[in-house]
Design a binder for this molecule. Structure first.
Ligand code: BTN
Length: 324
């Protein structure tokens, strides 16, 4: 285990630890402790107080993700994915996409405390500071063709909002195709990537970022309205429990989708549609189409009514337009 990880595992209780005590526990000098504290502050952007006479203290306690704890808390019976956790990684999606190319395909879930190059949709980045939120990806070998996976990311959105509802967050909605919003502010983003021949089999990587507790300095980097789970839910939060709950529901949705496609999810998606019957703008490259959102079809395409006709759109981005 790296010195930084050992150091952090001691400091995560949010209490003061003297330099002397840390040095003797880790078997290194006090100067080396100081050097590694500096690294934790700069590389992981952690707020660590250094007070003469008292020692070091993390500004707030952190529950680190633990693979064994997550595995134990999964509510899955017949098929269970391999689970891995990382301290820091470029992107959990990127990690699994590399695995797809290099090895035999198995169901695999990867969580990270921090992503240094978190990917969002449309080439955006996903702000991924250390230790507060959830960033995870699921690799799922899919025995179907590219045509069969249209709508898969909508099914994943349904799995997330329904899990939020089970946890008492009833106001979560879906914005086509799969943004999870609360009062128009983004709580969770989903990024689907895949690899394989168009006639199958395929390897799907579903990446999910959920804002749980966003540190203030990282929040300043987010360029869209957002909300965190912590702001919506009273009481203590266990990140390991949340990790297991969200992973379980997403994994079950992937299995269900592989068997039955979007059909079992379509009505449930419509129940959570935040734009049903409202005026929206659809951005398609540099083209903009305005119309009334009329839900989704059997393939998960957006139905947009414009000039008396309902058209289907398979990609693009909805921009909310103020009601007139
Ligand atoms: C979006 O733009 O709405 C999609 C965001 C998806 C972010 C998640 S975080 C875990 C996984 N790894 C990534 O690099 N991106 C996804």
């Amino acid at each position: 285990m790296s010195v930084q990880r050992q150091l952090l595992e001691t400091l995560i209780d949010g209490k003061f630890h003297s330099g002397e005590q840390l040095a003797s526990e880790l078997g290194i000098t006090r100067a080396a402790i100081w050097k590694n504290i500096k690294i934790l502050q700069s590389e992981y952007e952690l707020d660590i107080y250094a007070i003469t006479g008292k020692g070091y203290q993390l500004s707030q306690s952190i529950e680190l993700l633990d693979r064994n704890v997550i595995m134990k808390k999964l509510s899955l019976t017949n098929m269970v994915p391999e689970v891995e956790t990382f301290f820091s990684i470029d992107s959990t999606n990127h990690y699994l996409m590399k695995k797809v190319l290099s090895s035999e395909l198995k169901c695999h879930a990867v969580f990270a405390e921090q992503q240094t190059a978190g990917r969002g949709r449309h080439g955006r980045n996903w702000v991924s500071p250390f230790g507060g939120n959830l960033y995870f990806s699921v690799l799922y070998p899919f025995q179907r063709t590219v045509r069969d996976i249209t709508g898969l990311s909508l099914a994943v959105g349904v799995a997330i909002v329904e899990q939020l509802e089970q946890q008492g967050i009833k106001s979560a909605k879906l914005k086509w195709p799969n943004d999870v919003l609360v009062d128009g502010r983004k709580l969770c983003g989903i990024l689907l990537e895949m690899h394989g021949e168009s006639h199958g089999p395929l390897a799907i990587v579903v990446g999910i970022g959920i804002n749980i507790s966003m540190p203030e300095n990282a929040a300043r980097e987010i360029d869209q309205p957002w909300v965190s789970y912590q702001a919506l839910k009273q009481g203590p939060i266990s990140r390991n429990q949340l990790a297991a709950d969200f992973l379980s529901n997403v994994f079950l949705a992937l299995q269900e989708f592989e068997l039955n496609g979007l059909e079992p999810f379509r009505e449930r998606w419509l129940q959570h549609d935040c734009n049903m019957n409202s005026r929206v703008k659809l951005q398609l490259g540099d083209r903009e189409i305005t119309g009334i959102a009329r839900g989704i079809d059997q393939q998960g395409a957006l139905l947009l009514e414009s000039q008396g006709r309902v058209q289907r759109y398979y990609s693009g981005e909805i921009r909310l337009r103020p009601a007139r």
